[in-house]
Design a protein around this ligand. Structure first.
Ligand SMILES: Cc1ncc(COP(=O)(O)O)c(C=O)c1O
Length: 394
């Protein structure tokens, strides 16, 4: 069967290929004294807190399963708006918030609404792999710009200005980033947005990890800068609801009807049950639980990053958010006689039973020298992983 060029342009999501291989090895070692430790997938080991689970069960029992408006339940949009005020001290009217089937649907809607065939979108290398595919599914081209540790692996205003040409439509940023857990310094973000605005472009920023910020100097939403910025967010990470498929986007007022029209046609609405459940995320007890978990993520980071560095897996920029460690693995590769991060991931999987993600997914520049650890696993599992890596690398 002939498939489209569009579909052929989408590369495999290698994280998933590695995850498949890790599951196979995991099944083989499950009943040994060395079961697999999974530090490869970027999702919280926590699930939705009790009030959210109860709200979901209640919605099912009460038959609250009809379609909602395409932009989401009005009361959920209000809750998200209130959360921006209480958590970030910023006023974001509910009318500018569109609830979506995860950040993934929000990114698709934004790309379909704003990118014409042939448009170029600037993004950092390394960055979240699906982003370039959302752009390419909208017939645009993702332009990956290599970044350095000094830039916190983020774009700079100078690089955006240098790369801008007649085809450039805007920037797609993520702060904090996957795979690095590092954020854009607020002043740099302002400068980037100024460059973009001067060219009449779009600043699209993925803030899905913003709730999991560990450093006050970075933990502010880009929405404070300008109501023309498009911010993507989700219930997946801070709210621990990955499989519930719920997220949102904040868009300029004028874009709301456009996004609504696309959302009506493409998705009808996000999951109704998940939306009713998500209302309970904003109860005091749930918010307290999310903050307790955020502190736990920080404690894991504070243990894991120095331990990696001790093993020669240097993490050039300490993550200020999310739950990742982007580690330079060149020394480890030399020590184990493997040629780069792809082979190293399989070596660690086979010899230490520790699953990690090789850099390959995230870009092309220096990604063969990096592996990504996800610290979204229990402290006990992180200790086990370090003990096993020590045997190979110390
Ligand atoms: C940076 C980034 N954006 C978007 C997503 C997709 O999130 P969602 O589950 O909300 O679709 C992920 C998932 O890992 C991510 O890391």
């Amino acid at each position: 069967m002939r498939v489209t060029q569009r579909a052929q342009r989408i590369e495999p999501f290698y994280v998933m290929e590695v995850a498949k291989a890790a599951s196979t090895v995991a099944a083989q070692v499950a009943h040994t004294n060395s079961p697999m430790v999974f530090l490869n997938i970027g999702e919280p080991d926590f699930t939705a807190p009790p009030l959210v689970q109860e709200a979901a069960a209640r919605a099912i029992r009460d038959g609250l399963s009809q379609y909602t408006p395409a932009t989401g339940l009005p009361q959920l949009r209000e809750c998200i708006s209130a959360w921006y005020t209480s958590h970030f001290g910023v006023s974001v009217p509910a009318g500018r918030i569109v609830v979506t089937a995860g950040a993934s649907a929000a990114l698709q809607l934004a790309c379909l609404a704003l990118i014409e065939a042939g448009d170029e979108v600037l993004m950092p290398d390394p960055s979240y792999p699906c982003n370039r595919h959302f752009v390419s599914a909208a017939e645009g081209t993702a332009v990956l710009i290599p970044t350095t540790a000094a830039e916190r692996f983020q774009l700079s205003a100078d690089k955006v200005a240098d790369a801008w040409n007649g085809h450039t439509r805007g920037v797609l940023l993520a702060s904090p980033s996957n795979p690095t857990g590092t954020s854009i310094a607020p002043d740099e973000l302002r400068r980037i947005h100024n460059v973009v605005s001067q060219h009449g472009g779009i600043t699209l920023i993925d803030e899905i990890y913003l709730g999991l910020s560990h450093d006050a100097q970075y933990g502010q939403t880009a929405l404070v800068l300008d109501d023309q910025i498009i911010s993507i967010n989700s219930f997946s990470k801070y709210f621990n609801m990955t499989g519930w498929r719920l997220g949102w986007m904040v868009v300029p007022e004028a874009l709301v009807p456009v996004i609504e029209r696309l959302a009506q046609n493409l998705f009808i609405c996000p999951s109704t049950i998940a939306q009713y459940a998500a209302l309970a995320c904003f109860e005091t007890a749930s918010l307290a639980e999310f903050e307790r978990r955020r502190a736990e993520f920080k404690a894991r980071r504070d243990y894991f990053i120095p331990a990696l560095k001790y093993l020669g897996l240097d993490v050039p920029v300490t993550p200020d958010g999310a739950f990742y460690a982007w580690a330079n693995c060149r020394t480890a590769c030399e020590k184990l006689g493997v040629s780069g991060s792809w082979d190293l991931a399989f070596t660690l999987m086979d010899r230490a039973h520790v699953a990690v993600t090789p850099g390959r997914d995230f870009g092309h520049a220096d990604t063969h020298n990096f592996i990504r650890f996800s610290t979204a696993n229990s402290m006990a599992q992180l200790h086990t992983a370090i003990d096993r890596l020590k045997v190979l690398l110390a």
